[in-house]
Design a binder for this molecule. Structure first.
Ligand SMILES: NC(=O)c1ccc[n+]([C@@H]2O[C@H](COP(=O)([O-])OP(=O)(O)OC[C@H]3O[C@@H](n4cnc5c(N)ncnc54)[C@H](OP(=O)(O)O)[C@@H]3O)[C@@H](O)[C@H]2O)c1
Length: 336
């Protein structure tokens, strides 16, 4: 079987495709034929050596994959051959609160190989059934970005009628937009592109602002809420946007701290403390959160937004496409 690896050197240009023997499932293990993989910004950081400079190599990248069970090892009870399955981001975080132990074992990171391979072994607890109404490509979009968006909003007790500020139109933000709609909340969104803002409105965003042409989006967000400030921010920008996010948020509101897209270092803590904001770091989520989310998605027949599907040999091109920031929603690699 073929796999992509991060070899000695970091960088998209140094990724290598290799042949590996088909793995044999041991006790409690499931062999999966990977049919689709979705990309996350984390994959770009991992491959660039910026996420984990001491990443053990060779390492197969990719955290989000869906496929079909080819074989099961002794003692496996949750799956059988032919089942359609999707891997969980953290292979050991089944439920309960986040802990050091739970957040070891993320796919395609420092602890474990990832899913950018034609065949892959999982522990049976690290898989969920792919919802029947979703294709493999759609299922593969969910484990990191959608579970993170769910944790950020459902985990911050989002209520109907609350306003949610979203940043950009990447994977996490568009899932958060749709989750806000499921909850009866009011999503507003900023983007680098007027065209993307129009598309976001077709997904349910009630207002949009171009942060390139109007950089003081914090003032806009307050104006959109009659001066009060938004109830929730899904903060994917990080240090470079945090101060504006805090200014955009109402007293006692929530900021789910997720990403690092805007770069920058340091952030002024004053608006955070003077507004008594609830700032919570998010690290994807547990299998329990993932399956709770899937129940809501299935009920609403919620479909992910897929920007473009690439072939297995086009993995580097798919990464370059994501790196360009021109995408809207999820970038997927099909292994079919
Ligand atoms: N903590 C966690 O567990 C976790 C989980 C998932 C992701 N993340 C992080 O969350 C971030 C988003 O991940 P993703 O996979 O959704 O990324 P993505 O799909 O690559 O999203 C990129 C998009 O974000 C927007 N963007 C870029 N810079 C921005 C800025 N300064 N202000 C506002 N929007 C900006 C752009 O959209 P427009 O062109 O529309 O502006 C860009 O196309 C990344 O930093 C990732 O590492 C963290």
């Amino acid at each position: 079987m073929k796999a992509w690896i991060i070899a000695d050197q970091f960088g998209i240009e140094h990724l290598q495709q290799v042949d590996r023997p088909t793995p044999v499932p041991g006790p409690g293990e499931v062999l999966v034929k990977i049919q689709a993989v979705s990309l996350n910004y984390r994959d770009l950081l991992m491959i660039a050596g910026q996420y984990s400079p001491k990443l053990p190599r060779p390492r197969i990248p990719g955290s989000d994959g869906s496929g079909e069970v080819l074989a099961i090892g002794p003692g496996v009870t949750r799956f059988k051959t032919g089942d359609r399955v999707t891997g969980t981001f953290f292979q050991h975080w089944i439920g309960g609160p986040v802990s050091e132990e739970n957040t070891k074992g993320a796919l395609g990171g420092p602890d474990l190989d990832g899913v950018m391979a034609q065949e892959m072994l999982f522990r049976e607890e690290g898989l969920i059934p792919t919802p029947g109404y979703l294709s493999d490509e759609e299922g593969a979009t969910l484990p990191c970005a959608a579970a993170t968006a769910w944790n950020a909003l459902a985990g911050n007790n989002l209520k109907a009628g609350e306003t949610v500020l979203l940043q950009g139109t990447g994977g996490v933000s568009l899932f958060a937009l749709r989750i806000a709609k499921i909850f009866g909340a009011i999503p507003i969104i900023i983007s680098s592109s007027d065209e993307k803002l129009e598309r976001a409105k077709t997904l349910g965003a009630v207002a949009g602002l171009n942060y390139r042409t109007t950089p003081d989006w914090d003032k806009w967000a307050r104006k959109m809420t009659d001066g009060r400030g938004v109830d929730h921010v899904v903060e994917v920008g990080g240090a470079g946007t945090l101060e504006k996010s805090a200014k955009a948020t109402r007293v006692g509101g929530h900021i789910a701290l997720i990403g690092v897209l805007a770069g920058g270092t340091g952030a002024n803590p004053m608006p955070i403390l003077m507004k008594s904001l609830n700032l919570r770091g998010i690290f994807v989520g547990s299998r329990e959160m993932f399956t709770n989310m899937l129940r809501a998605f299935e009920h609403h027949q919620e479909k992910p937004v897929i920007d473009k599907v690439f072939g297995f040999d086009e993995f580097p091109a798919a990464l370059r496409h994501m790196e360009s920031g021109s995408h809207f929603g999820k970038v997927v690699v099909s292994l079919k």
